[in-house]
Each structure stands twice: as structure tokens, then as C-alpha cells.
Design a protein around this ligand. Structure first.
Ligand code: HEM
Length: 281
């Protein structure tokens, strides 16, 4: 008896193709997690972009997520742990988003070319077909890969510094801690990735197909570009505002943000002392 052949034949039996619903289920989970993340990013943009309205607006949003309103104005918030720089509710939200990002990336990995030969074959087909949707897929895979790293760093910072979000703390991070180039790349990657992802979801699940799918696809593409450009403009304006504010605080050492409604309150504390390098901000 030839044992090698037996073993190979045996493994072949175990691995024989079976009907399974799992590939379809995984596809569904990938779409659902992508949709949730894209919607989250729209809200994220709306919240962070409040800095374009005023410092008070961003501060109010940050305090709302920390749950300050539950404990009454001016009272200490037991859900904020200043010693660790963490706000429990914000850290919990970040943990859920982080989990979604990891799950989405894990599911998406199935679609990546597994080796150089597959990549070369794909690029060959892409060049030969010269079809925009195929090129969009490649852009989405590339930006998705970049997001593994770009998004993880941001989420880890938010997870561990969740009580240090606000006009002063955020602009300090963006400008004085030099996060702005990272955020610029993250913004580009996430807006292209999310825009293409939503477009592909709509085409894949035939959300707006109608009687004339070709026309619907063309309209979707126009909408996709409009949304991407809109979000990039708001995103870069937000980043610019945070950089400018960070620069302002850097050139006014000792000055700290204080919400307008506390500045004139009787007995209000003066602005806190200047931040020590790397110290608690
Ligand atoms: C719950 C999770 C998240 C929280 C609490 C959060 C919070 C923030 C905050 C406070 C800022 C202002 C800068 C700073 O303070 O460092 C910011 C900026 C930014 N965040 Fe997030 N973020 C979260 C998740 C994400 C995710 C998943 C992405 C993308 C994958 C993302 C992309 C960005 C970008 C691109 C900026 C730069 C600002 C802009 O130009 O819009 N964030 N985020």
C-alpha cells in the first residue's frame, strides 16, 4: 500500500467541497459592518466638524459624550477617570467601533490577492478591461489596507485618552503632537474607501437599480463623488481649524480653553496652568 497516496486521498475526502451558506453569510456581515462604519463616519464628521462653529461647540459635544449632563452642571463626573485620562462611556464607544473595524478588516481580507502572482493577474485584468468599477475595487482594497494601520493608531489613542478630547486637547494632539499628517492620510483613505464602499454596496444589493440599472449606476457614481468631495472639504477644513487652534495655543503658552459659560460665572477658576511637555493636558 502506498501510504503517501492514502494520506493525500484521505485529506482530499475531508476537504471535499460541500455546500455551505457561510461564504454568503460572511459577505453579508462584511456589507453590514461596512455600512455601519460608513454611517458612523458621517456622524463622526458632524461631531468633530463642530470646531468649525466654535470651540464651545466642540467642547459641548465632548462633554455630552462623557455624560456630564447626567450629573448636573459643575459637578464632578464619576464616569471620567482623570488619573487615567479616560472617560468610561467614550472608551466603550471607541471599543465597539474598534471591534467593528477589526471584524470588517478580517472579513475583507478574504478578498485580497493572496500572493504576488494573483496581484499581477488582477492588475493585468484591470488594465485590459479598463472598467471604472474594477479600478474602484482596487482603490478600495488599497485604501482598506492602509486603514489597517492609519485607523488603528487613531482608535488606540482615542481608546486610551478618551477624556482628553476637546478644543484644547484635540488641537494640541493635532498640532503640537504632530498628528496632522497622519490625520490627513487617514482622512483621504477613509473618505475614498467609504465612498467607494457605499457605492459598491448599493450596486451589489441593488438598492436603487430600478428599470434602468445603467442609468442608476451612473447617478450613483455622481452621488458618490459628490459625497466624497463634500466630506473631504469639511474634513480638511476641520483639520485646518484644529491645526490653527493648536498653533494659537502653542504661541500663547499658559492660555487654556475655558467654555464661554464658565468664563463669567461667579467664582470661576482661572484658566489652568500651562501644560508640561507630555504631561496631563
Ligand atoms: C469612537 C471612535 C472615534 C472617536 C471617539 C474619534 C474622535 C476623534 C476626534 C476627537 C478627533 C479630533 C482630533 C483629535 O482629538 O485627535 C478625530 C479626528 C479624526 N478622526 Fe476620529 N474618532 C473615532 C473613530 C474614527 C475612525 C474609525 C476613523 C476612520 C477610520 C476616524 C478618522 C478621523 C479623521 C480622519 C480625523 C481628522 C479630522 C478630520 O479631518 O475630520 N476616526 N476623531
Amino acid at each position: 500500500m502506498n501510504r503517501t497516496i492514502d494520506v493525500i486521498a484521505g485529506s482530499d475526502l475531508v476537504e471535499r467541497p460541500r455546500r455551505s451558506r457561510w461564504p454568503a453569510r460572511l459577505d453579508y456581515f462584511q456589507s453590514a459592518s461596512g455600512l455601519l462604519l460608513a454611517l458612523f463616519m458621517w456622524f463622526h464628521m458632524a461631531f468633530v466638524a463642530t470646531i468649525l462653529l466654535s470651540q464651545d461647540a466642540l467642547y459641548a459635544v465632548a462633554k455630552m459624550f462623557e455624560g456630564d449632563f447626567l450629573f448636573g452642571h459643575g459637578n464632578p463626573n464619576p464616569l471620567t477617570l482623570p488619573r487615567f485620562g479616560v472617560s468610561i462611556p467614550v472608551t466603550l464607544v471607541v471599543a465597539v467601533v474598534f471591534f467593528l473595524v477589526i471584524a470588517h478588516a478580517f472579513l475583507a481580507m478574504r478578498k485580497f490577492p493572496a500572493n504576488f502572482r494573483q496581484l499581477r493577474t488582477f492588475r493585468g485584468h484591470m488594465a485590459m478591461m479598463n472598467h471604472e468599477d474594477t479600478t474602484l475595487w482596487f482603490t478600495q482594497a488599497f485604501t482598506g489596507f492602509a486603514l489597517f494601520f492609519l485607523a488603528s493608531a487613531h482608535l488606540f489613542i482615542m481608546l486610551t485618552h478618551s477624556a482628553q478630547i476637546g478644543p484644547y486637547e484635540s488641537s494640541y494632539r493635532v498640532w503640537q503632537e504632530n498628528m496632522w499628517p497622519w490625520y490627513a492620510l487617514l482622512l483621504l483613505a477613509v473618505e475614498f474607501h467609504g465612498g467607494i464602499g457605499l457605492y459598491r454596496l448599493a450596486v451589489k444589493w441593488d438598492w436603487f437599480g430600478g428599470a434602468n440599472p445603467g442609468k442608476a449606476r451612473h447617478r450613483l457614481k455622481v452621488l458618490k463623488w459628490a459625497i466624497t468631495v463634500f466630506l473631504l472639504v469639511i474634513g480638511f477644513a476641520t483639520l485646518g481649524a484644529l491645526m490653527k487652534l493648536g498653533h494659537y495655543y502653542q504661541s500663547h503658552p499658559g492660555e487654556r480653553y475655558q467654555p464661554k459659560w464658565e468664563q463669567h460665572a461667579p467664582g470661576a477658576a482661572p484658566p489652568a496652568a500651562p501644560a508640561e511637555a507630555g504631561g496631563n493636558r
